[in-house]
Design a protein around this ligand. Structure first.
Ligand SMILES: [Ca+2]
Length: 95
Protein backbone atom coordinates (compact mmCIF):
# COMPACT_ATOMS: atom_id res chain seq x y z
CA UNK A 1 0.00 0.00 0.00
CA UNK A 2 1.50 3.36 -1.04
CA UNK A 3 1.48 6.69 0.69
CA UNK A 4 -1.26 9.27 0.09
CA UNK A 5 1.02 11.00 -2.40
CA UNK A 6 1.52 7.81 -4.36
CA UNK A 7 -2.10 6.79 -4.34
CA UNK A 8 -3.57 10.26 -4.71
CA UNK A 9 -5.78 9.70 -1.69
CA UNK A 10 -6.25 12.39 0.89
CA UNK A 11 -5.56 16.07 0.64
CA UNK A 12 -1.78 16.06 0.83
CA UNK A 13 -1.35 19.73 -0.24
CA UNK A 14 -2.90 20.80 3.04
CA UNK A 15 0.19 19.58 4.85
CA UNK A 16 2.57 21.92 3.00
CA UNK A 17 4.27 24.04 5.65
CA UNK A 18 3.35 27.68 5.52
CA UNK A 19 6.00 29.62 7.47
CA UNK A 20 4.16 32.91 7.00
CA UNK A 21 1.22 31.65 9.03
CA UNK A 22 3.17 32.11 12.24
CA UNK A 23 3.65 35.78 11.40
CA UNK A 24 0.03 36.47 10.61
CA UNK A 25 -0.41 38.37 13.87
CA UNK A 26 1.92 41.20 12.91
CA UNK A 27 1.99 40.78 9.15
CA UNK A 28 0.02 43.96 8.61
CA UNK A 29 1.92 46.10 11.08
CA UNK A 30 5.19 47.96 10.86
CA UNK A 31 7.61 47.81 13.75
CA UNK A 32 9.91 50.76 14.33
CA UNK A 33 12.67 48.85 12.52
CA UNK A 34 10.41 48.24 9.53
CA UNK A 35 9.26 51.87 9.52
CA UNK A 36 12.89 52.97 9.49
CA UNK A 37 13.62 50.65 6.57
CA UNK A 38 10.59 51.99 4.74
CA UNK A 39 11.68 55.60 5.27
CA UNK A 40 15.24 54.78 4.23
CA UNK A 41 14.27 52.97 1.06
CA UNK A 42 11.21 54.93 -0.06
CA UNK A 43 11.77 58.35 1.47
CA UNK A 44 15.53 58.61 1.79
CA UNK A 45 15.36 62.31 0.91
CA UNK A 46 13.15 62.91 3.92
CA UNK A 47 15.62 61.29 6.31
CA UNK A 48 18.57 63.06 4.66
CA UNK A 49 16.79 66.39 5.10
CA UNK A 50 16.27 65.69 8.81
CA UNK A 51 19.28 66.79 10.79
CA UNK A 52 17.61 65.12 13.72
CA UNK A 53 18.97 61.68 14.64
CA UNK A 54 15.65 60.92 16.33
CA UNK A 55 13.61 61.58 13.17
CA UNK A 56 12.41 57.98 12.92
CA UNK A 57 11.46 57.97 16.61
CA UNK A 58 9.46 61.14 16.12
CA UNK A 59 7.67 59.84 13.02
CA UNK A 60 6.92 56.62 14.89
CA UNK A 61 5.58 58.53 17.88
CA UNK A 62 3.39 60.66 15.61
CA UNK A 63 1.97 57.67 13.75
CA UNK A 64 1.59 55.20 16.61
CA UNK A 65 -1.68 56.56 17.90
CA UNK A 66 -2.52 53.64 20.20
CA UNK A 67 1.04 53.44 21.54
CA UNK A 68 1.59 49.73 20.92
CA UNK A 69 5.00 50.34 19.34
CA UNK A 70 3.84 49.35 15.87
CA UNK A 71 2.16 51.13 12.97
CA UNK A 72 -0.98 49.33 11.87
CA UNK A 73 -2.83 49.95 8.63
CA UNK A 74 -5.06 52.72 9.99
CA UNK A 75 -2.06 54.52 11.44
CA UNK A 76 -0.12 54.01 8.20
CA UNK A 77 -2.95 55.64 6.24
CA UNK A 78 -2.23 58.87 8.16
CA UNK A 79 1.34 58.81 6.82
CA UNK A 80 0.11 58.19 3.27
CA UNK A 81 -2.44 61.03 3.62
CA UNK A 82 0.22 63.41 4.98
CA UNK A 83 2.55 62.51 2.11
CA UNK A 84 -0.26 63.03 -0.39
CA UNK A 85 -0.97 66.51 0.99
CA UNK A 86 2.75 67.34 1.02
CA UNK A 87 3.17 66.18 -2.59
CA UNK A 88 0.06 68.06 -3.66
CA UNK A 89 1.37 71.27 -2.08
CA UNK A 90 4.78 70.72 -3.64
CA UNK A 91 3.38 70.30 -7.14
CA UNK A 92 1.00 73.27 -6.79
CA UNK A 93 3.82 75.50 -5.62
CA UNK A 94 6.06 74.33 -8.45
CA UNK A 95 3.51 74.44 -11.28
CA1 LIG B 1 0.02 51.42 16.81
Amino acid sequence: MGSELETGDGDSHQRVPRPLRARRGDKYKLSKKELKELLQTELSGFLDAQKDADAVDKVMKELDENGDGEVDFQEYVVLVAALTVACNNFFWENS
